[in-house]
Design a protein around this ligand. Structure first.
Ligand SMILES: NC(=O)c1ccc[n+]([C@@H]2O[C@H](COP(=O)([O-])OP(=O)(O)OC[C@H]3O[C@@H](n4cnc5c(N)ncnc54)[C@H](O)[C@@H]3O)[C@@H](O)[C@H]2O)c1
Ligand SMILES: O=C(O)C1=N[C@H](C(=O)O)CCC1
Length: 272
């Protein structure tokens, strides 16, 4: 008999929460065993299928994560940094694989995940799509091949509801470019130009964030030199790509040793 892992989706009513619920329900490799929302949210207590405008599926939306996690093998979490930190401790307690798609986490918040990763596998990535994770590796390679005559700029565009900038993906791409160049992103990152900024500093990696309408997510890595430009581009047109990646991560994590992993591990794209 094959074991089908039980999955809990946090932030059930969110843009990604609903996409993740559909993805798990459509899969024959996993089963939805829980859906979590904030205390006081109108979905709490409702059948999640009905809350999403469809037929009942027998899973009630709850505001008690520990009770839900105790019945599951994985938690897929696309919520907000504070909530994700709380869920990490509870998922570790329940020995669930914790797949984190939440972006906008500070360095301190990311470091605070470490105790949980000693008890359970955590897979965290600012972008769970295959295309972006390939672009990360391409960015690293191109940056390694070019010298500082090529200015590197990361340009991203997202819908007008997005609350964090630069996007998690833009930061992954900036990290990859910095790694390719053999520098620390913290030393060369140029964010939020405004006013008399002075000329561009050689070696900097710049970030620009566009917000508008219903843009799902677009990322360019621009390498600009005298007389030529290279642009590496990813365009997401459907949030399903992130949900499919997250479910893949939840399944990949089953039986893995406790620790901190990313989508490069899941997709087998890690080098060395
Ligand atoms: N890694 C990726 O591939 C990827 C892809 C898309 C979005 N994201 C990220 O996922 C996050 C969510 O994006 P979204 O567009 O779905 O946002 P959203 O605002 O539509 O959804 C967030 C949901 O989380 C819920 N939530 C917040 N705090 C909670 C708590 N304490 N307990 C339970 N639920 C809580 C909210 O009520 C809301 O339903 C963002 O950080 C976004 O950047 C990541
Ligand atoms: O819609 C969002 O929010 C997205 N967030 C991720 C990011 O910050 O890069 C991935 C793309 C969509």
């Amino acid at each position: 008999m094959t074991h089908t892992p039980g999955i809990v989706i946090t932030g059930a009513s969110g843009r990604m929460g609903q996409m993740l619920i559909k993805t798990v329900l459509d899969s024959d490799k996993a089963q939805l065993v829980g859906a979590i929302e904030r205390t006081g949210h109108e979905w709490v207590g409702q059948d999640v299928g009905v809350a999403m405008g469809g037929a009942p599926i027998g899973v009630l939306v709850s505001d008690d994560p520990l009770e839900a996690f105790a019945k599951a093998q994985a938690v897929i979490d696309f919520t907000a940094p504070k909530a994700t930190l709380e869920f990490a401790a509870l998922a570790a307690q329940a020995r669930c694989v914790h797949v984190i798609g939440t972006t906008g986490m500070s360095d301190d918040e990311i470091a605070a995940l470490e105790p949980a990763s000693r008890h359970a596998a955590i897979v965290r990535a600012g972008n769970m799509s295959l295309g972006v994770n390939l672009l990360v590796q391409l960015t690293k390679k191109v940056a390694a091949a070019l010298d500082e005559d090529f200015d590197i700029e990361v340009i991203e565009a997202h819908h007008h509801h997005k609350v964090d900038a630069p996007s998690g993906t833009a930061l992954m791409l900036g990290e990859a470019a910095a790694e390719g160049r053999g520098v620390d992103l913290n030393d060369v990152s140029d964010r939020g130009r405004d006013g008399i900024t002075g000329a561009r500093k050689c070696g900097d990696i710049g970030f620009t964030a566009i917000r508008g309408g219903d843009i799902v997510g677009e990322h360019d890595v621009l390498f600009a030199a005298a007389g030529e430009r290279i642009v590496l581009r990813h365009m997401a047109t459907d949030r399903a790509i992130f949900a499919r990646g997250a479910l893949k991560a939840a399944l990949w994590g089953q039986g893995k040793a406790p620790g901190a992993y990313d989508m490069l591990d899941v997709l087998g794209l890690s080098e060395g």
